[in-house]
Design a protein around this ligand. Structure first.
Ligand code: SF4
Ligand code: F3S
Length: 269
């Protein structure tokens, strides 16, 4: 039997730090190479592809044309809208034009990372480039978001594999985030929650309570305001507790617009 063609994925990057791709490079189940060589066909990704210049742009155009209406579009990084979009140009086009062109033929659009999901930290404060989330530019079709800085790669992989397996998107919340990953507050699943309930708090980094693993709320933890599965899923496959609060740092709400560090930056500006 002839194997079914792998679904085409076209990945565009705006004002990005490449952290979203970097986090994907650290996955083990499946590994990124299994994903892009066996499961999907990643036809364009500026961080990973070997081609460049006209060759890369031509390949992107061919991949879009050959798979029009069927491909998955993924973007990382915010969309700079200041100065007519000229803060980011690729192949002679502004990034605004590039995402509109690509989204027109996409079967589904995914924003990976906080920047693409809602503008991210670059959109806070004075925001000199006019950074916005993709969903403020692409308004004629749903844009699924996987916020996080960086996002958890397994939430992204789960979303992509769900789409590839079932041909449809999973259940989403009102911010277009998959409910399987963003359905609960961090505070609901945090291993320090018994300390919160008992009123045992770390008051300073390195104090007795901090060393004992007490709740980090009084050090600024935003777990009670942030919807994310960080405590359950962890990072980097190195065991239980490998997430910000598990390692002794308060959650700063990296994935939640208007919470934590993004709010603070705004207040400082
Ligand atoms: Fe909630 Fe944060 Fe305390 Fe955990 S450390 S119980 S998320 S306030
Ligand atoms: Fe971000 Fe807080 Fe999770 S800082 S990675 S949402 S614990």
């Amino acid at each position: 039997a002839v194997a079914a063609p792998r679904p085409t994925v076209i990945w565009l990057s705006g004002q990005a730090c490449t952290g979203c791709t970097e986090t994907l490079l650290r996955t083990n189940h499946p590994t990124l190479e299994t994903l892009i060589l066996d499961t999907i066909s990643l036809d364009y990704n500026e961080t990973l592809m070997t081609g460049s210049g006209h060759q890369a742009e031509n390949w992107k155009q061919q991949a879009m044309k050959a798979n029009w209406g069927k491909y998955l579009m993924v973007t990382d990084g915010s969309v700079p809208t200041g100065a007519g979009g000229n803060y980011c140009r690729v192949a002679g086009k502004t990034y605004i034009e590039a995402v509109k062109d690509c989204a027109a033929g996409a079967a589904a659009v995914i924003s990976i990372g906080s920047c693409s999901s809602w503008g991210g930290w670059v959109s806070t404060g004075v925001n000199p480039t006019g950074a916005k989330g993709l969903n403020e530019i692409i308004t004629d079709k749903p844009v699924v978001t996987i916020p996080g800085c960086p996002p958890n790669p397994y939430n992204f992989l789960s979303l992509v594999l769900h789409f590839v397996t079932f041909g449809k998107l999973p259940a989403l919340d009102d911010k277009m985030r998959p409910k399987f990953a963003y359905g609960r507050l961090i505070h609901e699943n945090c291993e320090r929650r018994p300390h919160f309930d008992a009123g045992r708090f770390a008051m300073e980094f390195g104090d007795y309570g901090h060393r004992q693993g007490y709740c980090l709320y009084k050090l600024g933890c935003k777990g009670p305001e942030t919807y994310h599965n960080c405590p359950s899923i962890g990072f980097n496959d190195v065991g239980q507790g490998t997430w910000p609060v598990g390692t002794g740092h308060p959650c700063f709400g990296c994935s939640e617009k208007g919470v934590g560090f993004t709010k603070s930056i705004h207040e400082l500006a």
